[in-house]
Ligand binder design. Structure first.
Ligand code: SF4
Length: 223
């Protein structure tokens, strides 16, 4: 008799008396589900909030919505012990350097969920002088949850979407085991000056500043 894993046929013979107890599979096929199952059911969020959306996030963790059903109720006070960053609230230019620094202090595997209109794209404060129009300008966002604010049910739906994303990952391909670029997971911390400076754009900023300077010099010399 043959036993299959997830419907795949196999030629390995299994005695009838053991058929109910033996599962034939490969290491690769077994490893991914176990690896993903353990991570998806023990996501520990970083315990911080930025604005009104954070109140809904707190409600989600309370008894009525019972986030512990998903293994996600252990909000950690330290980024070293967290693997999920729920960006709940308005991301201001003053806060984004701290948020990026916290993200860099989280160890892989780590995930980011943008909760609400503000974190996803600036929300009602988009174009505001002090507001970043989306945390994805600086961090890799895995799931966006719409709403202003999203309800606890919407957040849970987003967390389930994240679990489904984790289910699709393979231990052989996940980025955090890559050896070619050990700094690939480090995101540059933006600098807050008169405005926010994305250090990844420094060359472009310098070139534009030089152009403006040349134009001003030419203007003065032409007078
Ligand atoms: S999306 Fe709405 S509820 Fe959430 S932080 Fe922004 S203004 Fe507040």
């Amino acid at each position: 008799m043959t036993v299959s894993d997830a419907g795949a046929a196999t030629d390995v013979p299994v005695p009838d008396e053991l058929a109910d107890n033996v599962l034939i599979t490969s290491v690769a096929k077994l490893l991914d589900p176990v690896y993903n199952w353990s991570r998806r059911n023990s996501l520990w969020p970083l315990g911080f909030g930025l604005a009104c959306c954070a109140i809904e996030m707190i409600c989600t963790a309370a008894s009525r919505y019972d986030l512990s059903r998903f293994g996600m109720e252990v909000f950690r006070a330290s980024p070293r012990q967290a693997d999920l960053m729920v960006v709940a609230g308005t991301v201001t230019k003053k806060m984004i350097p701290t948020i990026v620094r916290l993200y860099n202090q989280m160890s892989e595997p780590r995930y980011v969920l943008a909760m609400g209109a503000c974190a996803s794209g600036g929300g009602p404060f988009k174009e505001g002088y002090s507001v970043v129009d989306g945390v994805d300008k600086f961090l890799p966002v895995d799931v966006y949850v719409p709403g202003c604010p999203p309800t606890p049910q919407a957040l849970i739906n987003g967390l389930i979407a994240l679990q489904e994303k984790i289910d699709q990952q393979s231990i052989a391909k996940v980025p955090w085991y890559r050896k070619d670029d050990p700094t690939a997971g480090i995101y540059p911390v933006p600098v807050l000056g008169p405005d926010l400076i994305d250090v990844r754009q420094l060359d472009l900023i310098r070139a534009e500043a030089a152009k403006q300077q040349e134009a001003q010099v030419a203007e003065v010399e032409g007078e």
